[in-house]
Design a protein around this ligand. Structure first.
Ligand SMILES: [Cu+2]
Length: 144
């Protein structure tokens, strides 16, 4: 009975069913493209300036972080984290206000050594990009 009613309904709306299926596939493909898109190749929000700068050395203590992107970003769906020399991770609280293409925050750089600032941003065109900035922390008197 069930099979009979399905069979009787389906032929009446073949175009609609096909359109719905095509749309569902298109959505799935779009999501996959966004998920697989690497942060470097053809990125949609890319860094134009970084503080701390890539491979720079900064003084131990209060760390001011600022990343400038080439486009507006959705701050609520973007994040910054720091990987410390011992491998542990700090989530950086983002400054809630500021220019539309900027992510900023502060952290305590308490360990000397090699750090990584990891960023992930959602640009307003819906694409997620990510990357990292390596920098070094040293004691103040040896930093500059
Ligand atoms: Cu894009």
């Amino acid at each position: 009975m069930l099979a009979y009613s399905n069979a009787s309904i389906a032929p009446e709306f073949p175009g609609t069913r096909r359109a719905v299926l095509s749309f569902a596939i298109l959505l799935g493909v779009s999501a996959a493209v966004i998920a697989l898109r690497p942060g470097i190749a053809r990125a949609h929000a890319i860094i134009v300036a970084a503080q701390p700068a890539m491979n720079s050395t900064v003084a131990r203590g209060e760390l001011e972080i600022r990343l400038d992107f080439n486009s507006q970003i959705d701050r609520k769906r973007s994040r910054l984290s720091l990987q410390r020399p011992d491998g542990s991770e700090i989530i950086v609280a983002l400054a809630p206000y500021g220019p539309a293409g900027v992510l900023a925050g502060q952290a305590q750089a308490t360990l000397s050594g090699s750090w990584k600032l990891r960023w992930q941003v959602l640009s307003l065109d819906g694409h997620i990009t990510r990357g990292e900035v390596r920098f070094f922390v040293r004691e103040l008197d040896r930093a500059r």
